[in-house]
Design a protein. Structure first.
Length: 171
């Protein structure tokens, strides 16, 4: 494994994102929705960089019926605990790769149907070379090349989420 984004570099970018979000959501009714498990480290740092009142909620999306890249479907394995009606929702993802997870879950649409005032997406990492379906990303930490990365919440087979840096896994 080779370190690709170091702790300091990640922290600096997360602070910038937090400042941008704090500006954009001033006077709004912010609820941060983390997608488990991958977003948990990013989310913990991001919320501490946002200087606004906010609440937190979590969902788990899981794919079944085969690969998410083909005929698979993505369902809500763990739903939100609180209502999003009238709230400004910011979805927080670790990484957007093919885009299937966000698209197949129809997460944005579902939250709007439930009465959310607005729904935006913040992802730490964006791998646009791998995109199969279009997804609107409102806040992106880093655009990265087509490499498999671990650390800072991201896993390979459940491992490496606890590493403080983001590293590329060499095949
Ligand atoms: P998508 O549905 O292809 O956009 O994939 C999103 C999910 O795939 C992410 O939330 C991750 O769980 C996983 N994923 C995609 N690329 C990577 C990677 O490089 N490292 C670790 N997990 C990844
Ligand atoms: Mg994920």
């Amino acid at each position: 494994m080779e370190v690709f984004l170091g702790e300091e570099q990640i922290a600096a970018r997360v602070r910038e994102l937090g400042a941008e979000i704090s500006d954009d959501y001033k006077g709004r009714n912010l609820v941060i929705v983390g997608i488990l498990k991958g977003s948990f480290v990013f989310l913990a740092d991001l919320v501490r960089s946002i200087s606004l009142p906010l609440t937190l909620d979590f969902i788990t999306l899981s794919s079944y019926g085969g690969s998410t890249e083909s005929s698979g479907t993505v369902r809500l394995a763990k739903d939100l605990d609180e209502s999003v009606a009238g709230r400004d929702v910011l979805i927080v993802e670790d990484i957007v790769d093919t885009g299937w997870t966000l698209r197949m879950s129809r997460l944005k649409e579902v939250l709007l149907e439930r009465g959310a005032a607005s729904v935006r997406v913040c992802t730490l990492l964006d791998k646009p070379e791998r995109r199969k379906v279009d997804v609107d990303l409102d806040y992106v930490g880093f655009v990265i090349p087509d490499e498999f990365v671990v650390g800072y919440g991201l896993d390979f087979d459940g491992l490496y989420r606890n590493l403080p840096d983001i590293s590329i896994v060499k095949g």
